[in-house]
Design a protein around this ligand. Structure first.
Ligand SMILES: *[C@@H]1O[C@H](CO)[C@@H](O)[C@H](O)[C@H]1NC(C)=O
Length: 261
């Protein structure tokens, strides 16, 4: 699982080199990983209300389109928020609690499973580094196993995220601070870096704030805004031109007509 533990920041050094040598890798598609073994638990109840407002900043998961097919990732996989938005197929494997036929479910990472440092990694401290662990929403867990099991062995693999429509940008902040939550990302689902461009500015690098949120301390009011995003997983580069019209305002969500693959 080396590709999880490498931070995107480290990977970016490589990206810069690749870009300089070969220009942008347009059209690089995210490929599924091979299957690996891990364990899964669940949190919250069947309403999945506990999964809302997680550490990726996606807020209400019904409004942002992720629904209940979600999981919180262990510390290593969450990777300071760079794991947000990644997608996994999960099936229960090798336990009497697995449902017949070992059905698959697909989840999006929307939260951090916080490590409990006072518990052993093999007994309750599932989310401590370097362990790979999925703390699924209860409805997602109930698609693969009897919830009374509490914890089950699984097979999992990373898969491309299938999204309807384009990448969405939810604006927060104030006149001098633009904080953008990025949702509905297809392909690898994750983001390595992001830039914003006002119609009267050059590209401005945005810094990672938390989860899937990026920021710039620049006044961009009254300008239509474009965003450039690079994928963590594929280094694909995408530009969403003039996603936000010049009369954009805080609290609004703007959807691009492009997405990662
Ligand atoms: C962490 O584990 C300890 C020991 O089992 C337990 O008492 C405590 O409630 C746990 N903390 C959380 C936040 O779950």
């Amino acid at each position: 699982m080396a590709f999880f533990s490498l931070s995107c920041k480290l990977r970016l050094l490589g990206v810069a080199t690749v870009m300089a040598m070969t220009a942008a890798r347009v059209g690089a598609r995210f490929q599924p990983s091979s299957w690996s073994l891990a364990y899964a638990t669940f949190y919250g109840d069947e309403s999945a209300s506990e999964t809302m407002g997680g550490a990726c900043g996606y807020g209400n998961l019904f409004n942002t389109g992720y629904g209940t097919d979600t999981a919180a990732l262990s510390t290593t996989m969450f990777n300071d928020g760079y794991g947000c938005g990644t997608c996994y197929q999960i099936r229960c494997y090798g336990s009497p609690h697995c449902y017949r036929g070992s059905p698959l479910t697909t989840v999006t990472a929307t939260n951090l499973c916080p490590p409990n440092w006072s518990q052993d990694s093999n007994n309750g401290g599932w989310c401590k580094p370097p362990r790979v662990h999925f703390d699924m929403s209860k409805p997602a867990f109930m698609q693969i196993a009897d919830w009374k099991a509490g914890i089950v062995p699984i097979m999992y693999r990373r898969v491309p995220c299938i999204r309807d429509g384009g990448i969405r940008f939810q604006f927060q902040g104030n006149g001098y601070w633009l904080l953008v939550y990025v949702t509905n990302v297809g392909g690898g689902g994750d983001i390595a870096s992001m830039w914003v461009k006002g119609c009267q500015t050059d590209w401005i690098g945005m810094s990672h704030n938390w989860g899937a949120a990026y920021q710039t301390f620049t006044s961009l009011g009254g300008q239509s805004l474009s965003f450039k995003i690079t994928s963590c997983s594929t280094q694909e580069i995408i530009i969403a031109w003039n996603v936000a019209p010049s009369n954009w305002y805080m609290g609004m969500t703007y959807e691009a007509n492009v997405n990662l693959h």
